[in-house]
Write a protein that binds this ligand. Structure first.
Ligand code: SAM
Length: 218
């Protein structure tokens, strides 16, 4: 499939380019102002005795980080793009939450960049499906280093049951097998769920089919 991921540089250029052009949310095809329905269902199952330490990969503007902070969790959120992080920071101030935002490329060496082995949850929505196949293992290894043993990765991506975009560009469509191939060695207790685009992005009304995975670090 042809896609924007001809190289990791192109992926980051793609996002930096969009974000630096005087951001208009209406023109971002993935915009949705609501928290993902699958996240809401999962939140109910997370252990709530204590606030969780959550690491969000590719936070984009704010939606899920701010929601999770508002209900009491402690968030570290990263994105490639400095521009989008500035905006995320401004929005976290509007919502009176304190999130540790950091510019970081998750396909780079994570040692000395973050405290390792301290997170209860690593979450990712719509991010792994931008990662090139050759960078998937470093992604997995970084996630595993961030997490405490027995704690969880929660990841959502476009399913291979969803049709490609009309122009055949955009994120990869991935299968359950892609998860097993990448994460099987260091993760277990895997729960899989398929769901449709609820809430739908305001712009792009095309049906999206997502898969979510919950998996514990060995
Ligand atoms: C489609 S958005 C998804 C955002 C959000 N999680 C959501 O569900 O709406 C993808 C984001 O990933 C960021 N990104 C792309 N490649 C990255 C990388 N290698 N490391 C960190 N962030 C990256 C982009 O800057 C962009 O903000």
């Amino acid at each position: 499939m042809k896609n924007i991921h001809l190289s990791q540089i192109e992926t980051s250029n793609y996002f930096s380019d969009i974000y630096s052009k005087n951001i208009s949310f209406e023109n971002m095809p993935w915009i949705t102002w609501a928290v993902d329905i699958d996240l809401l269902n999962n939140v109910i199952n997370w252990k709530f005795n204590n606030p969780l330490k959550i690491f969000e990969i590719w936070c984009w503007i704010w939606t899920e980080s701010i929601f999770l902070s508002k209900i009491g969790h402690k968030l570290t959120s990263i994105d490639l793009s400095k521009d989008i992080l500035k905006l995320a920071f401004m929005n976290s101030n509007i919502y009176w939450v304190n999130i540790d935002f950091k510019e970081f490329d998750i396909t780079k060496n994570i040692e000395n960049q973050f405290d390792l082995g301290i997170y209860d949850l690593v979450i990712d929505r719509a991010c792994f499906h931008h990662i090139l196949p050759e960078n998937r293992l470093i992604y997995m290894s970084n996630v595993s280093k961030l997490l405490k043993s027995n704690w969880e990765l929660y990841i959502r991506w476009f399913s291979d049951k969803m049709s490609p975009s009309i122009s055949w560009d955009g994120p990869f469509r991935l299968s359950e097998n892609d998860f097993y191939e990448t994460f099987n060695d260091l993760f277990w207790n895997i729960k899989i769920n398929y769901y449709k685009n609820i809430p739908a992005p305001e712009k792009n009304k095309k049906e999206q089919i997502w898969i979510s995975f919950n998996a514990s670090k060995i």
